[in-house]
Ligand binder design. Structure first.
Ligand code: NAP
Ligand code: HSE
Length: 433
């Protein structure tokens, strides 16, 4: 894109016009004069790519809508592409097409960026243009800009975050109002927080994609979606949320990225967080990212993690950043230059909450205790409650390696008095927080 003089019109080709796309258009209409005054640019929407042109979209004339990407890319006045359609195919082709012809791109697509960011950044670099993706992580929170620019030289050592709004909303509502999992998910979908396929949210893939992006930037190392082991909240029950509360914890879906011994480890899983921990207070669709480094100690960014307007705000910020830093801007190479090794997730450590249903017979507790002892796992507390001919056992262990816990859980599954599948959730302690 050529440099824009103040007052220059900037024509945006929009790929996708759903929750985020429509909120972006509404924002341009509502705040156009302010944007023009502050930035010197008048932003206008050109062609808009959708799947169905039959559905009317507020603020979009019918002749702007198209199902043919050639109409978007063939616009002779096209300055910039905003991609809010999601998915990997054919979206990746569209972004490559824009970048290869020197058109800058703003994308909210974490699944695509977490798989192809290095290639897209290299393409942008070669074509002397930019790809920005603030909206792909944590909605309205400017965490990518902070990591890439403000904290570039801060040597971040850990990024711990609640990075999915849908699951945080579900867990909050289940614990606050006793709402069922199904109702809370349906409400999160109705409010526009969830992905088109909500199993991405509840199964942990959305958070894993975001943690791959954050870890890549924080540690200057290429971490891809496939490098991030993840678990979702879909195996948790209201019973676990209540028990955790009784034990002094709140359950959150947590992303944990760390530099250990010069290597990078990244994972996503539910975790019991002590009530007094700063992340425990982050509720509803809000997200939070705790950034740690020797230089800056701790910085926590908190704010809306999902929703149309919230995400559109980050998209607009990226558009303005591109206009403020013409051509390739700066930092295009900064994402992955350190090339740190990825650590084996099985060697990371945690404390664990383990809930079991067992036959209420003498000796069962001793059997379970001996399995943990054999795996060299020390138990911090045990609660046993009778339920007819069965009993509920809840154990909280001291910190131990993942591989030891995996060994213990395999052995526990083979104990004949254990009924059903053990529920295992990591616990954030002072040591691993
Ligand atoms: P959405 O409501 O499902 O909208 C997707 C839009 O893209 C729709 O207009 C759809 O067209 C269009 N589209 C999808 N596939 C297409 C294809 N193959 N060809 C042409 N058009 C296509 O999704 P959204 O919630 O706005 O999310 C969009 C992106 O933003 C996703 O990458 C998502 O992960 C990301 N994001 C969303 C949020 C949020 O809170 N919603 C927050 C951060 C990031 P039709 O309307 O005709 O179906
Ligand atoms: N579905 C995502 C979430 C949208 O709930 O966090 C924001 O990326």
């Amino acid at each position: 894109m050529s440099e824009h003089s103040p007052g220059h019109r900037v024509r945006i080709g929009l790929l996708g016009c759903g929750t985020v796309g429509q909120a972006f258009i509404a924002m341009l209409h509502e705040h156009g004069p302010t944007i023009a005054r502050a930035s010197g640019h008048e932003l206008e929407i050109g062609r808009v790519l959708v799947r169905s042109i039959e559905t009317p979209r507020a603020g979009v004339r019918p002749e702007q809508l198209t199902t043919n990407p050639d109409d978007v890319f063939g616009d002779s006045e096209l300055d910039l592409i905003v991609e809010v359609m999601g998915g990997i195919d054919p979206t990746a082709d569209y972004l490559r097409r824009a970048l290869a012809s020197g058109i800058p791109v703003v994308s909210a697509n974490k699944q695509l960026l977490s798989r192809q960011a290095p290639e897209l950044l290299a393409l942008a670099q070669d074509a002397d243009t930019q790809v920005r993706f603030e909206a792909s992580v944590c909605g309205a929170i400017p965490v990518i800009k902070v990591l890439r620019e403000s904290l570039l030289a801060a040597e971040i050592s850990a990024v711990t975050g609640i990075v999915n709004g849908t699951t945080n909303y579900i867990l909050t509502e289940m614990s606050r109002t006793g709402m069922s999992y199904e109702d809370a998910l349906a409400t999160a979908q109705a409010l526009g927080y969830a992905e088109a396929d909500p199993s991405e949210d509840v199964g942990g893939a959305d958070a894993a994609a975001k943690m791959a992006i954050l870890a890549s930037i924080a540690f200057h190392t290429n971490v891809r979606f496939d490098d991030v082991p993840y678990e979702g909240i879909d195996r948790l029950s209201a019973e676990d949320i209540e028990l955790a509360g009784d034990l002094g914890y709140t359950i959150k879906l947590l992303g944990v990225a760390k530099l250990t011994d010069g290597g990078v480890s990244v994972r996503v899983h539910p975790a019991l967080i002590p009530h007094e921990h700063r992340l425990a207070a982050v509720s509803g669709p809000d997200n939070a990212v705790l950034l740690e480094s020797v230089a800056v100690r701790q910085i926590m960014l908190v704010g809306p993690g999902a929703g149309g307007t919230e995400t559109a705000s980050a998209v607009l910020a990226d558009v303005l950043s591109i206009l403020g830093t013409p051509n390739r801007g700066f930092l295009q190479n900064a994402l992955t230059d350190a090339g740190r090794p990825l650590r084996d997730p099985d060697l990371t450590s945690s404390a664990f909450y383990v809930r079991l249903r067992v036959s209420d017979r003498p000796g069962v507790l001793a059997q379970i205790a001996s399995v943990f002892a054999e795996a060299e796992i020390s138990i911090g507390s045990v609660i046993q409650q009778g339920e007819g001919d069965a009993a509920r056992l809840v154990l909280v262990t001291h910190e131990t390696q993942e591989r030891r816990m995996n060994t213990a859980i395999s052995a526990i599954r083979d104990v004949t008095d254990v009924r059903g599948e053990p529920v295992v959730v990591r616990v954030l302690t002072k040591e691993n927080a």
